[in-house]
Design a protein around this ligand. Structure first.
Ligand code: ARG
Length: 458
């Protein structure tokens, strides 16, 4: 039980209290960020004349050697230390002696942990952004190849109007594009350094907070020391954005599960991304999609947890805030894992284009277009809607699609129908005529694809 603060205590901490209080089992996750922050702090202390050049060099050498030894496995991070900050400091003192005891000059664990968590989160925001970008690249590839791959578009999970596979993928492209822009927002808002805020009220040493901020790649220092040590907004924002990513992935997974079902067969998930049954030899299950859908719950849980933890905390630092870590780390790892696997699954998924087109042909996805045909021939829309409703009813009775009805049968419903109705309700026409930007018509889609391509090149 190595503690930094034993001085004013006359007893050892109770073992259970020690375990309950300790965070090293999880905060070792930002060991690298802790070392990086300490190096910046020490470089600044020397620049400000608070440490000598020799002391600074010794500390940096010591910190670097600790980092090397941990990375190579020579030095193990154990629960003998309360947290990662104590681990680093104790090892430093062991290695370089008295100079090591000066590392913590003008610093508190409160601004230190605030810095470490921010550095860690900032790296992860960028990592998630990178994974989102890879997914977008895969989606764009599918879009480019499928501007004329017809499929039904649904509302209420009932066939509605024909669209294309490119159009459907483009909907998800937009969702994940917004997710990336949220990463960008979070990055910009959080990118200020809390280092130098001390325990809560700054310090009496002449620290240069601008300097450490710039050494660590921040826009600048945060502007209130109490807020700095007790602000976890950026974690809440990040978990909220991660929850939104999971919501998008989960919806997409739900569709893939439906499309991959025996009834739909729109897609076939690659063998490498499917699993079997221990009893039913014929089974090939979409477990990965189901797991991603399922893991959405734990990411939402992390968001609820931190929101609840933060709601009653008076200024400034309180130990409650140690609870910001485990669930956040878990949520980040979960989302990164899901994004990587999902991207692989979609990249290798086979689209059964004929089945999709067939499905679009049946189920009256062209009924709106048939009504529009009548409107274009002078019938008011409400009347046209009712006429086509009757036509659909007749088709159902005769077990035919609209385009399978003879001219005679059509004339019985309305004498406005002429031979050009067949072309007007063909799948190709229905899709191609939808030309406003954002619609599935191939020409409109190609414009969107070009925009997506230049967006990804940025
Ligand atoms: N493990 C602590 C945390 O995660 C570090 C800060 C400790 N500060 C303190 N005053 N006890 O929040």
């Amino acid at each position: 039980m190595a503690q930094l603060w034993g001085g004013r205590f006359t007893k050892d901490t109770d073992r259970l209290v020690y375990n309950f209080n300790a965070s090293i089992s999880f905060d070792q996750k930002f060991f690298h960020q802790d070392v990086e922050g300490s190096i910046a702090h020490v470089v600044m202390l020397e620049k400000q004349g608070i440490l000598t050049l020799e002391e600074k060099d010794a500390i940096i050498k010591g910190l670097t050697s600790i980092r090397e030894d941990v990375d190579s496995g020579k030095l193990e991070i154990t629960d003998e230390y309360e947290d990662i900050h104590s681990f680093v400091e104790a090892n430093l003192i062991e290695r370089i002696g008295d100079a090591g005891k000066k590392l913590h000059t003008g610093r508190s664990r409160n601004d230190q942990v605030a810095l470490d968590m921010r550095l860690y989160t900032r790296d992860e925001v960028m990592a998630v952004d990178e994974l989102l970008k890879e997914l977008l690249t895969v989606l764009l590839d599918i879009m480019k190849e499928n501007t004329e791959t017809y499929m039904p578009g649904f509302t209420h999970l009932q066939k509605a109007q024909p669209i294309t596979l490119a159009h459907h993928m483009s909907a998800y492209f937009e969702m994940f594009r917004r997710d990336r822009s949220r990463m960008n927002d979070i990055f910009n808002r959080m990118n200020y350094s809390p280092l130098g805020s001390g325990a809560l009220a700054g310090t009496t040493y002449p620290l240069d907070r601008d300097y450490t901020a710039s050494l660590l790649g921040f826009e600048g220092p945060t502007l209130n020391s109490m807020d700095s040590v007790s602000d976890r907004d950026y974690i809440i924002e990040f978990l909220s954005a991660l929850s939104t990513i999971m919501m998008h992935l989960s919806r997409f997974c739900e569709e893939i599960i439906i499309w991959n079902s025996n009834e739909y067969q729109f897609v076939e998930i690659d063998d490498a991304y499917s699993t079997g049954s221990s009893i039913m030899p014929q089974k090939k299950n979409p477990d990965i999609a189901e797991l991603v859908r399922g893991k959405t719950g734990r990411v939402y849980g992390a968001l609820m947890s931190i929101l609840t933890t933060m709601k009653g905390i008076p200024l400034a630092y309180n130990k409650d805030m140690q609870e910001d870590k485990e669930l956040t780390f878990d949520a980040i790892d979960t989302v990164k894992g899901c994004l990587a696997l999902f991207t692989g699954m979609v990249r290798t998924m086979k689209f059964n284009k004929e089945i999709m087109a067939d499905s679009a042909m049946n189920g009256f996805t062209n009924a709106t277009d048939a009504a529009d045909y009548l409107v274009n021939h002078g019938v008011p829309f409400r009347d046209a809607h009712s006429i086509i409703g009757k036509l659909v009813l007749t088709c159902i009775e005769k077990d035919k699609a609209i385009h399978e009805m003879s001219m005679e049968e059509l004339k019985e419903i309305s004498d406005v129908f002429e031979a050009d109705i067949y072309d007007a309700v063909s799948l190709k026409t229905c899709v191609e005529k939808r030309l406003t930007i954002g619609a599935p018509g191939p020409d409109a889609m190609k414009k969107v694809i070009a925009l997506c391509e230049s967006y990804l090149k940025e």
